[in-house]
Write a protein that binds this ligand. Structure first.
Ligand code: FES
Length: 424
């Protein structure tokens, strides 16, 4: 494999020994001073170029009363009428009042709270200025931007960005296994600080889980490796995947001693294994059929997938502004009926707090305090540089699967989860 730009492999010979006895130079220790190697990524504080489907909030959060949400640096108003969700720019062109403060005075419209300018939900055209009478000459001369909206997985999705052209089917943004199988899910949506790019990098980061999360309650009884050697390879459906070539449960550091995550109370079990099918005697059949070469996957515009033997964890990083992002976690088990109901109870009683709360809260802590560039990357950071390289190839039409960009997507009916838990 070719060396990755920005990843230090020199002197990293596997035992941590320094290449020489001389002290490292302080200036070179600062490493990379900017992200100019990845110009698209560097400029993407408010999201990647083009327009993309992003999940925003739970479907039941949108009713006939408008809801304002910050996305990609813009304010967007969502409102539901006759079961359908609409989205438009959350700013009245008259005097800049948020349209989400308004309400519906006529079917198919949203009226501003201040002077009653009234906008068509489909087109965004101002169809009435209530306080200027039916013959108002400004009527029809003003428009606000509207956005394509869809509902899948119990979430409201929006197609938004700087791209031109029509939106591809929302199914292009949803992992295939969630379109083709029944499942139960639990989820949690938070607005976090630190920026969507740091959040995505943390999600796909090779090095941190086995160290940062060793103190998490979620991993209390499961031992994790000390270190690994990893490749990142492209896989299907636009994913790139981390593949572990070596997994070391403990290591002796010259002059320092031995370090391991093993404790007498921790059982076997390993979040990082080469293939789920080899990691447990009983693998969920849907997950086994996926036959993934590694557990950690990421794809554009910022969707992480962690495949375990019995469940899959997903997380979306949706830019709100340059600092804030919507952190959408979804935990899926491919079970329904009574089994799905029991999963829901487990999610609400434990998983939501231990995994989607305390465990990923440790991630949120780091994302919020990280300060880079400058940055001095090390060998495991191949995961980060490969992710950035993937972002450089972001297609402008927002299709996460470039090879299928021209193909007519097969119409697939939505499979509604039988049970789903949520928190706000
Ligand atoms: Fe909206 Fe005046 S600010 S109608």
């Amino acid at each position: 494999m070719e060396p990755d730009p920005g990843v230090d492999t020199e002197g990293a010979d596997g035992n941590g020994a320094a290449a020489s006895d001389a002290l490292p130079d302080l200036k070179s220790s600062l490493g990379r001073e900017d992200w100019s190697t990845w110009p698209v990524y560097e400029a993407a504080a408010l999201g990647l170029p083009g327009s993309w489907w992003y999940p925003v909030m739970w479907s039941e959060e949108v009713g006939s009363r408008p809801v304002g949400v910050k996305l990609l640096g813009r304010n967007v108003a969502f409102v539901r009428e006759n079961g359908k969700v609409y989205a438009m720019a959350d700013r009245c062109p008259h005097r800049g009042v948020p349209l989400s403060l308004g309400n519906q005075q006529f079917p198919g419209t949203l009226s501003c709270a201040y002077h009653g300018w009234t906008y068509d939900l489909e087109t965004g055209v101002m169809v009435a200025a209530i306080t200027d009478g039916p013959d108002s000459p400004i009527c029809g001369k003003v428009r606000v931007e509207t956005y394509p909206v869809a509902e899948r997985l119990g979430l409201v999705w929006i197609f938004i960005g700087d791209g031109k052209g029509s939106a591809p089917p929302v199914e292009t943004a949803i992992p295939r296994e969630l379109l083709e199988n029944d499942f139960s899910m639990g989820g949690r949506i938070d607005v976090r600080g630190g920026g969507w790019r740091f959040a995505a990098e943390n999600g796909f980061d090779e090095g941190h889980a086995k160290y940062l999360h060793r103190t998490s309650l979620w991993r209390m009884f499961k031992v994790m490796p000390t270190w690994t050697k990893t490749r990142v390879i492209p896989t299907d459906d636009g994913w790139i995947t981390r593949v572990q070539d070596e997994v070391h449960m403990d290591a002796t550091f010259p002059g320092l001693g031995t370090w391991t995550n093993k404790r007498w109370w921790k059982l076997g079990g390993n979040i990082i294994h080469t293939k789920p099918g080899k990691a447990a005697k009983k693998v969920d059949p849907v997950i086994a059929a996926m036959d993934v070469p590694g557990n950690q996957h990421i794809r554009l515009p910022g969707l992480l997938r962690i495949v375990h033997t019995r469940f899959i964890h997903y997380e979306w990083y949706v830019p709100a502004d340059e600092d804030l992002y919507r952190y959408i976690q979804v935990f899926v088990e491919f079970r329904t009926g009574t089994s799905g109901l029991l999963f829901k109870l487990r999610y609400l009683g434990a998983i939501r707090w231990l995994f989607h709360g305390q465990f990923t809260g440790q991630d949120g802590w780091m994302v919020n305090v990280m300060d880079a560039p400058p940055e001095r990357l090390y060998r495991p950071d191949v995961s980060i540089t490969r992710w950035r390289a993937l972002c450089e190839s972001a297609p402008p039409n927002g299709l996460a699967i470039p090879d299928e960009a021209d193909a007519e997507p097969e119409a697939k009916p939505e499979r509604k989860p039988r049970s789903r838990a949520r928190s706000r």
